[in-house]
Each structure stands twice: as C-alpha cells, then as structure tokens.
Design a protein. Structure first.
Length: 221
C-alpha cells in the first residue's frame, strides 16, 4: 500500500488549525462577554434628589446587567407598570452607583414600598439619571388656602402629622407630636399635592408649640 505523505501532512495541518481556531474563538467570545466593575460607591447627595421613576427600557438586576452572573429581579414590563403607576408607593430611591470598565453607569434602587431592590442601567454619565430611570418630584407645589390660621387636627390620635406625606419619600416618618395638646390650633405655612395621587397636603405649625410641625392631609387639618 502506498501513502501520499504530502497530502496526509496537509490534511493533518488543516485539522489542527481548525481545532486551534475553534478554541481561540470560544476563549475570545467568553472573554469579551462580561463587563467588570470599575467603581462602586454610596450616593451621598440629598436623598430627596434621588427619587426616580422607571421607564421600562431596562430590567432590574441582582448586579449590573452586563456582569457575569447577573440575574433579572424585575423585567421591563413590571418596571414600565411601576413607571406609569398612580401610586406613590411605586417610586424608587437610588442609593448606590457603579460604573463598569465599558463606561456604563448602574444605580442600585429600592421601591418606596420595599418590594423591589436591585441594579438598573442609568446611562453613560453620573451627572444625571438616564437609561432605565429618570428623576421625579413626588410632590407638586400647590396654592395656599385663603385662610391660613385657626386650623385644628381632626382626630389627632388617628390622623397624625408627618415629616413628609406618607409614601412621598422612601421611609417617610411621622412627625414628633409629643408637644401637642388637644385643641391646639395650627397655621398653614405651605401647600403641596402628591404628584401621582393629586391629594392636597398642608405644612402646618402648632401656634402654641412651634416644635410641633409637619404635614397633614388637607381634610385632617
């Protein structure tokens, strides 16, 4: 039997080249699939300036979406519903920011109702929110009432004042009412409506104890 050594050599080299090329392509594809974190820090600006709404263009992840192992917490459809919601409970607060080696910015956010928390794409700059979120005002300034003095609390035990209207800020807190006495009158110093619900609130101060101040739903005061 006679072998063509030249032909056998060419076939062997071609097969070896194919294996090498396939291995390189696989390694190269895996290497460029995932981004890495370049920075990750806590946001320290005024929390009220970090209230955001989602627009449904990007999902919410366990980590920056382009990182290895990132999993979806809430899809675009859910975040679109949160973004167009009539409920203040479905706003978000941004509290961390991370950038990747590709220049993408991601924010860690939590919904006011606490049910969703994770990372979402925020654009290519930390100067302003972008990508899947945008800044929002949870309250809108309203006209002052024609009468600003002589208000009382209707059922103070049930309808207390708040530092900020409930759900208008993440973890909004009731006001300190320890200095309030039944029958105290209040003066209105400000007025605003919840942007989503349209409910009117008054900022009031106790006429007998200025330390007692807060926001009350307008039918309550």
């Amino acid at each position: 039997m006679k072998f063509d050594t030249k032909k056998s050599l060419y076939v062997g080299l071609a097969a070896l080249s194919l294996v090498a090329a396939t291995g390189f392509a696989t390694t190269n594809a895996n290497a460029k699939t995932y981004a890495t974190v370049a920075s990750n820090s806590t946001l320290t600006s005024d929390p009220t300036t970090r209230n955001v709404v989602t627009n449904g263009t990007n999902a919410l992840y366990t980590k920056a979406g382009t990182l290895r192992g990132a999993r979806v917490i809430a899809g675009k459809g859910t975040l679109s519903q949160y973004g167009s919601s009539n409920s203040s409970q479905q706003y978000f607060r941004a509290y961390r920011v991370a950038t990747t080696n590709r220049g993408s910015v991601y924010y860690k956010v939590v919904s006011f109702n606490g049910s969703l928390r994770g990372w979402i794409y925020g654009g290519k700059t930390t100067a302003s929110f972008g990508g899947g979120i945008s800044s929002t005002n949870t309250m809108t300034q309203a006209s002052m009432p024609s009468v600003t003095k002589g208000y009382t609390l209707a059922n103070a035990a049930k309808n207390s004042l708040w530092v900020n209207p409930k759900w208008s800020q993440y973890k909004a807190q009731p006001a300190d009412m320890s200095g309030y006495k039944s029958g105290d009158t209040f003066t209105v110093t400000g007025a605003a409506t919840k942007t989503r619900e349209g409910w009117l609130y008054y900022q009031v101060t106790d006429d007998n104890n200025s330390a007692v101040t807060g926001v009350g739903y307008s039918p309550v005061v």
